[in-house]
Design a protein around this ligand. Structure first.
Ligand code: GDP
Ligand code: IMO
Ligand code: MG
Length: 425
């Protein structure tokens, strides 16, 4: 398999983890390129469930290398916890995990600022995961962030931490009435984290480019989704990284000319966690039904996900921004007893009909969906093992998605388990 990027086509939680796990079988190296432990990627093997937050979802395959690329932000406590949890379940990552020396480190002040800033925003809060993602990327872009390699250099770490803690404490004390942080405590704790994580550290752009020269297959695992991308999503209700395909190059040091396929994962309906406009959001009854059947609760925070009809305007946006070469549709089984099924094909905004995703969020919040209706199939699909065995009306639904997105659908998922995957190519 040549080098492949996989991204979410909606607002995250599309089932990327499951699809990465399947594609990992034919890849050599699996790489996260953005985000942090705000992600929650679920892989189900038999009756065992794994939720990965920072470590790529390929880790459950023996003999694969899993890389945390330079574009990721790493909370060392969360990473060490994930490593230990996997170890307890019989998966030793010591020979397979590689962490870029350039990843930016999430410190306790990032997490506290994330939480306090959300509180201060009141009604206009984003609904973040409170993992410190935004403040950490903020420091990276402001050029005062601290990278993993610096956790291993006591002198530089202390200097940089002092600058940051002095500044953050001033904000915490004056604006938030919080006592702030002690330099000595954070310094000692993070120096220790550096010692423990240092063993996985590598110059990953070099490592990955050399792997490509050796004809290894790379699989880039996107976190979040197109509409949570800092530039191309529903700003400001987004995350703080480039969750679209371009982010795979920036976040790993691999040139775009080395990428052959870009796979977009889309649920057969839509969900989002957190605040912000959502044109096809269900009214309460369908919301309850689909949330229950699809187990739509956050893999990271446990928050109930907002659910709605599939939005083809969003899918077309994802196809364009990511240059998707194909689509994978997940959770088709969740619609098994829904009839009719609607798909949003355009938005009505005042007396205008929009067929493309608006860049202005005020416009989006005033958009009303224009639906096409398809009949439901009202049959169980979760035990189907071949695409051709799907009910005719379910195949019609898939064909309709393919037609509006103008992309082939190469896989359809009908359950969370590895085997519940219908591969079409
Ligand atoms: P990710 O963040 O994109 O990896 O997705 P999450 O793991 O956060 O959420 C997807 C959820 O749906 C997980 O609980 C998966 O186990 C589950 N899932 C994935 N594919 C399917 C499917 O085809 N059908 C059903 N019913 N569940 C699925
Ligand atoms: P995966 O990889 C769904 C959402 C949060 C919030 C916004 C900003 O599992 O698909 P942040 O903590 O990143 O500053 O929060 O982004 N969000 C996700 N929603 N899936 C995710 O990841 C998400 N990661 C962040 O709910 O609305
Ligand atoms: Mg998730």
């Amino acid at each position: 398999m040549s080098n492949v990027v996989l991204v979410g086509s909606q607002w995250g939680d599309e089932g990327k983890g499951k699809i990465i796990d399947i594609l990992s079988a034919k890849s050599d190296i699996i790489i996260r390129f953005q985000g942090g432990n705000n992600a929650g990627h679920t892989v189900v093997i038999g009756d065992e469930q794994f939720i990965l937050h920072l470590i790529p979802s390929g880790i459950l395959h023996k003999g694969k290398i899993c890389v945390i690329g330079n574009g990721v932000v790493v909370d060392p406590e969360a990473l060490l916890h994930e490593i230990d949890t996997l170890k307890k379940r019989g998966i030793n990552v010591d020979k397979s995990l590689v962490v870029s020396d350039q990843v930016h480190i999430i410190f306790p002040y990032h997490k506290l600022l994330d939480e306090l800033r959300e509180k201060r925003k009141g009604k206009s809060k984003i609904g973040t995961t409170k993992r410190g993602i935004g403040p950490c990327y903020g420091d990276k872009v402001s050029r005062c962030g601290i990278r993993l390699t610096e956790l291993l250099n006591p002198k530089i770490l202390r200097e940089k931490l002092k600058f940051n803690i002095d500044e953050k404490n001033a904000i915490l004390r004056t604006l938030y009435g919080n006592k702030g942080f002690s330099l000595d405590e954070i310094y000692a704790t993070y120096l220790d984290y550096g010692k423990r994580i240092g063993r996985y550290m590598k110059n990953t752009p070099l490592f990955l480019n050399e792997a490509i020269e050796k004809k290894k297959s790379l699989l880039f695992e996107g976190a979040q989704g197109t509409l949570l991308d800092i530039d191309h999503g529903t700003y400001p209700y987004v995350t703080s990284s480039s969750a679209t395909a371009g982010g795979a190059c920036i976040g790993t040091g691999i040139s775009p000319v080395k990428i052959r396929r870009v796979i977009g994962v889309a649920k057969a309906y839509t969900t989002r966690v957190g605040e912000g406009p959502f044109p096809t959001e269900f009214a309460s009854e369908l919301m309850k039904k689909i949330r229950k059947k699809g187990k739509e609760f956050g893999a990271t925070t446990g928050r109930p996900r907002r659910c709605g009809w599939l939005d083809a305007v969003i899918l077309k946006h994802a196809v364009m921004i990511n240059g998707l070469t194909e689509l994978v549709v997940t959770k088709l089984d969740v619609l098994d007893d829904t009839d009719p099924i609607k798909i949003c094909v355009a938005y009505k905004c005042g007396n205008k009909t929009l067929r493309y995703f608006p860049t202005n969020m005020d416009t989006l919040s005033r958009c009303k969906p224009v639906y096409e209706e398809l009949p439901g199939w009202k049959e169980d699909t979760s035990s189907v093992t071949k695409y051709g065995q799907l009910p005719f009306k379910a195949r019609k639904y898939i064909a309709f998605i393919s037609k509006v997105a103008k992309k082939k659908i190469t896989m359809v998922s009908v359950g969370s388990e590895r085997s519940q995957t219908l591969i079409r190519v």
